[in-house]
Design a protein around this ligand. Structure first.
Ligand code: DC
Length: 228
């Protein structure tokens, strides 16, 4: 079998991309790279350093200068990886509601995307990678071997994100989570640069009626039957 070496997983917020991609990478012994953490880290840097979110030039400068590192997990607290921002562990800080609320506008800035896309492409082109995001199959790695687009209804995605928050011992309200996901869908899909959309040659997988194990089994079938 000729195994696909670069696999992209795109899709809207909370569609299960990270869970699927991490399990897939483990099965194939590939690198798992969740590109959303880079946009989150730049957003956190802006919030921490008092750069207003609507300051496009300021956010772009941050994207060009901060050092974002993603490494295998060093703490057994449910994390899939460590994320460091200029040497500080921000793995959980980048998941805070403040970051959720501000990351979509930051990720819509063309200069921010250019800076981060370059770094992502460099890592992806080494191969043996499962890379997750919104524009990986369309922009970052348009020649990827296998492109997956994971989708699910907004209600189901909100339910999953809500359960995740409760699982971490956080308080959450379902309606609020759903409103935030709708808002992010709206911004991610309608921005002018690299909007969220499936690549023409992506396999679209609707996970509304599949749990994580069923989704993985289905995708492993696509990997096995890949004829590239
Ligand atoms: O997947 P996530 O929720 O961690 O992504 C956070 C934000 O980053 C999301 O609102 C859209 C943006 N993003 C992007 O624009 N392009 C990517 N390749 C990954 C994420």
């Amino acid at each position: 079998m000729h195994r696909p070496s670069t696999i992209t997983v795109d899709g809207p917020a909370a569609s299960g991309k990270s869970t699927l991609a991490q399990a897939l990478a483990r099965e194939l012994d590939y690198l798992f790279f969740d590109t959303g953490v880079m946009y989150r880290a730049v957003t956190l840097a802006a919030l921490q350093r008092g750069v207003p979110i609507d300051d496009e030039a300021g956010c772009t400068r941050l994207a060009e200068t901060v050092k974002i590192d993603v490494q295998p997990p060093s703490v057994d607290d449910g994390r899939l990886y460590d994320v460091c921002l200029d040497g500080v562990d921000v793995t959980w800080a980048i998941r805070k509601p403040e970051v959720n609320q501000n990351v979509s506008p930051v990720s819509a800035y063309p200069g921010v995307r250019t800076a981060l896309t370059e770094q992502q492409r460099r890592i992806g082109q080494r191969g043996e990678v499962v890379m997750v995001g919104r524009d990986i199959g369309t922009v970052v790695l348009p020649d990827a071997d296998l492109k997956i687009y994971l989708d699910a209804s907004v209600e189901e995605r909100a339910r999953r994100r809500y359960q995740e928050c409760l699982g971490r011992g956080e308080t959450a309200d379902y309606e609020g989570v759903q409103a935030e996901i709708r808002n992010r869908d709206q911004i991610d899909s309608n921005r002018t640069v690299s909007p969220l959309r499936p690549a023409d040659d992506a396999r679209i997988v609707d996970t509304d009626s599949m749990d994580a194990t069923e989704t993985l089994t289905y995708i492993l079938g696509l990997v096995r039957n890949h004829d590239g």
